[in-house]
Design a protein around this ligand. Structure first.
Ligand code: AOY
Length: 486
């Protein structure tokens, strides 16, 4: 039970699921369901986060008689009757299985990048006495939508930045730190911050969302998954008074005499700040500090991002000079950079970098911070995530199960037992048990309470890494722009 916080898994389902054990056809001995993204904002999904759910909630013995008692009392009061709760079923799982869940889960490896409309994992019951367990746990399984969608959103932004670095710079050295997670305060809870922050770290190494770090250590074997640097906030600038801004910055450079520091510079006048404070008053100090490995990261934090970032670079370029890289683009000295942390999403990073490129500036001059848009401006519909029953065994016979609503063909579900194949880079879900087990990408990860396969963050990152055969994100972003005009 350790590590689980001893919480009651019988309370992990929607209320109506407590009543479902009485609703399957008589003779049902197994239920098989699958999870997919039925399309949505992004053309693919980075599969991530199921391992956290399995380890955190479902592995090992998870049912005790105290939990059954607690649930029995809670549901008697909640439904106003003791006839809904399946006390017998849970007692059976406790006694027959020692409190371990009779489920089998097969999933695509974490970090896989899979086009939407394909199976990502399957769940089936393994004991004919309790076939209802498969969909009882839908609620908690479907919550994988969140880490999966954040990892996807973050990876899309990595593809965009990658493309501009390729076009305007000599190397990709800055890519792992090009999008920093500023989102801790903008998410709904500490657990969500930990999960969403972890999902971002599948693609990048920069984060201020500290909650993600212990999660990745504990559940993905990563002792230190993300990094940050000392940085100012407005209070540490403005508490010095309007006339004290220079002193606030001087204090910062003295307090951290080497290494990178970030200074939010729009408290009063970002233009004057770049030109007079950084460019004149503290110019020599910044250059001197660079000799001990100091890097100054200037953070504008308001205004129209493409315009503001470009203008900051122009002013800083005049004051500190620029070099021209092999692709013919301007680069500030290596000890001056800009971080834009306001208004950043997959919709805006491209326009900022496009504007820089059009004015002869390398993408390597700037990094980004993203908060709410990265971790919170997503929902289960962003990638249209769903968990549906596709197969059951009833009276000893395997039957195909599906839905196909006339009111929305997009909600049609797949049929039968599923496999995921990939032939020449093309992913395809094979229905009706017709898949070849040797080619199936779905891996058994959980059976009867035991975790069968775990992935380290390192493996997840390697699998999610950008590749030359990547799905073209620009075709899709252009499509999105077209649609929003119409
Ligand atoms: N952090 C890079 C390190 C972090 C932050 C966190 C909300 C940082 C700022 C920075 O440079 O400026 C939460 C806003 C900013």
């Amino acid at each position: 039970m350790e590590g689980r916080g001893f919480q009651n898994v019988i309370l992990l389902a929607d209320s109506y699921k407590i009543s479902h054990h009485l609703q399957y056809p008589p003779g049902t001995t197994s239920v098989y369901s699958y999870f997919e993204s039925r399309g949505g904002t992004f053309p693919y999904t980075v599969f991530f986060g199921l391992q956290y759910i399995l380890k955190r909630w479902l592995s090992g013995p998870v049912i005790t008689k105290e939990m059954i008692q607690e649930a029995k009392e809670l549901f008697a009061a909640h439904f106003g009757t003791n006839k809904v709760f399946n006390e017998e079923g849970w007692n059976y799982i406790l006694e027959r299985h020692g409190g371990k869940l009779p489920l089998r889960v097969c999933a695509v490896p974490e970090g896989s990048v899979i086009p939407t409309r394909n199976v990502l994992f399957t769940v089936e019951s393994t004991d004919p006495m309790v076939p209802w367990v498969t969909n009882f746990f839908e609620t908690i399984f479907v919550q994988v939508w969140y880490p999966m969608t954040v990892a996807t959103n973050s990876r899309i932004q990595k593809q965009i930045i990658h493309r501009y670095l390729k076009e305007t710079h000599d190397n990709l050295d800055s890519l792992p730190f090009a999008l920093h997670d500023f989102g801790y305060r903008g998410v709904s809870s500490v657990e969500s911050a930990a999960i969403g922050g972890a999902a971002h770290l599948v693609n990048f190494k920069g984060t201020d969302t500290v909650a993600a770090l212990p999660l990745l250590h504990r559940y993905y074997d990563a002792p230190m998954a993300g990094f940050s640097i000392p940085a100012m906030e407005h209070s540490t600038v403005t508490s010095w008074g309007k006339e004290g801004e220079t002193e606030a910055f001087r204090n910062m450079l003295e307090a951290f005499p080497s290494g990178p520091v970030a200074c939010v510079s729009d408290s009063y006048d970002i233009w004057k700040c770049c030109e007079k404070i950084w460019g004149e008053e503290l110019h020599d100090f910044v250059v001197e500090r660079s000799k001990t490995g100091g890097v100054l990261v200037i953070r504008p934090d308001s205004g129209d991002p493409p315009t503001v970032v470009l203008k900051c670079l122009e002013i800083l370029g005049k004051a500190f000079g620029t070099e021209t890289n092999s692709k013919g683009f301007k680069v500030l000295p290596p000890y001056i950079r800009v971080i834009q942390g306001d208004g950043i999403s997959y919709k805006t990073v491209g326009s900022i970098l496009e504007n820089l490129k059009n004015h002869g500036w390398s993408a390597a001059n700037v990094s980004f911070g993203s908060g709410g848009s990265l971790l919170q401006k997503v929902n289960r519909d962003t990638q249209k995530c769903a968990y549906k029953c596709s197969y059951a065994i009833i009276n000893g016979e395997g039957v195909e199960v599906f839905k196909a609503p006339v009111t929305d063909v997009g909600k049609t579900s797949k049929k039968g037992r599923l496999s995921l194949h990939c032939v020449d880079g093309e992913y395809k879900t094979i229905e009706n048990g017709k898949g070849d087990p040797k080619q199936d990408l779905l891996v058994p990860v959980f059976e009867n309470g035991a975790l069968l396969k775990t992935y380290t963050l390192e493996e997840v990152r390697a699998r999610a890494e950008l590749s030359p055969s990547d799905i073209d994100v620009f075709k899709f972003l252009e499509g999105e722009k077209q649609q929003s005009k119409e």
